[in-house]
Design a protein around this ligand. Structure first.
Ligand code: TXA
Ligand code: MG
Length: 330
């Protein structure tokens, strides 16, 4: 918290895949760009390396990690059998921002990765640099978002350096993330397709391929199968409130308010404290800018962040989910 304005990085930032490969092969941590957010990667078959990820993030060990590689066919190399329904969906959406939770059928994957759940989350991310790197590695990488546990996920190499610079051997710089929110997570356990986290692929797009899927009962995911989804998450240091911006605005000195809005601006709040995510009303653009905007507001001299509720469709559901979790009422 106190390191707000201090750049603590000692890490090397660059685009050298060989250096990243070498570090990962030595069991070190490397930050990687993906189309969603930057990941904090380690050899996913090496329990000691994976333990390093948990330590670097202060992540509770009961929260499992996603394994990433460049092609789903490679999971057979590591003893994992993939369900047909999952492969059908992957044909349409991978590489891309969709993560699949499948039964853990391999004895090569450390329990730390799955948090002992007998299920494993897998993903093929869509970023050219990272796909090249993953293709060179003889193992999948376990990679959560490259932020301290509970904070906003990083969408640039600089975000990673600010928070995790001291923990990683190398930061592979792939520019700003295109999607900006984490992958959607679907589970293929119990012979049904169930949404565990809203994210970069919309529910509408998934249902267009496989028909109706099981959605969380409340508006927001609160599923014990994905323990990381229960805790307060994505939180800014400055308190954030989600919804009823007009009403809440009356409760604060407008000079001490930061606004996170979809298209509009509000009277009386200084212009530079109002971050409009997409003046043209494009939810894809809004998702792309969300986390950087939260970080920007978090560095301002303000007392409260008021965030709008976005349209609850397409990527708007992922945006609302993240803002809800970040909110002091979550
Ligand atoms: O877009 C993304 O998914 C990014 C990039 C780096 O790939 N990764 C990411 O990882 O968001 P992380 O660790 O921040 O979030 C992964 C979520 C956690 O909430 C975790 O609980 C859930 O996936 N998860 C992982 N393995 C699981 C499993 N076996 N069963 C259920 N949930 C699982
Ligand atoms: Mg995360």
């Amino acid at each position: 918290m106190e390191s707000k304005h201090v750049l603590t990085t000692t890490a090397v930032i660059g685009t050298d895949i060989n250096q990243a490969t070498q570090a990962l092969e030595q069991g070190k941590l490397v930050a990687l760009p993906t189309e969603t957010v930057y990941g904090l990667a380690a050899n996913g078959l090496d329990a000691t390396a994976v333990a390093g990820v948990f330590a670097a993030k202060n992540r509770p060990a009961f929260n499992p990690l996603i394994l990433h590689t460049n092609n789903f066919s490679r999971f057979a190399e590591w003893g994992l059998e993939l369900p047909e329904t999952m492969l059908a969906l992957a044909k349409v959406f991978s590489p891309g921002p969709l993560t699949y939770v499948v039964p853990q059928t391999s004895n090569l994957i450390p329990d730390l990765v799955t948090a002992g759940t007998h299920a494993v989350a897998i993903r093929v991310p869509k970023h050219p640099l990272t796909l090249k790197l993953l293709a060179k590695l003889p193992f999948p990488v376990a990679a959560p978002s490259a932020n301290k546990s509970g904070y906003v996920s990083p969408t640039t190499a600089a975000h990673v350096a600010q928070q995790m610079g001291a923990e990683v051997a190398y930061i592979l710089d792939g520019g700003a993330c295109e999607v900006g929110v984490e992958s959607t997570i679907v589970s293929f356990l119990n012979n049904q397709v169930e949404l565990l986290r809203y994210g970069g692929v919309s529910v509408e797009a998934i249902e267009a391929v496989v028909g109706k899927i099981k959605l969380p009962q409340q508006g927001f995911v609160d599923n014990p199968v994905a323990p990381g989804q229960l805790a307060k998450h994505y939180a800014t240091k400055i308190p954030l409130v989600h919804g009823q911006v007009e009403t809440r605005l009356k409760m604060y000195n407008p000079n001490e308010v930061g606004i996170l809005s979809f298209t509009k601006t509000y009277l009386d709040v200084p212009a530079q404290q109002q971050l409009v995510l997409s003046p043209t009303g494009n939810l894809v653009e809004a998702a792309q800018k969300l986390f950087a905007a939260m970080r920007t507001l978090d560095e301002m001299n303000i007392a409260i962040i008021l965030a709008e509720v976005f349209p609850n469709e397409g990527l708007g559901r992922a945006i609302n989910d993240r803002l809800h979790r970040a909110s002091i009422h979550a």
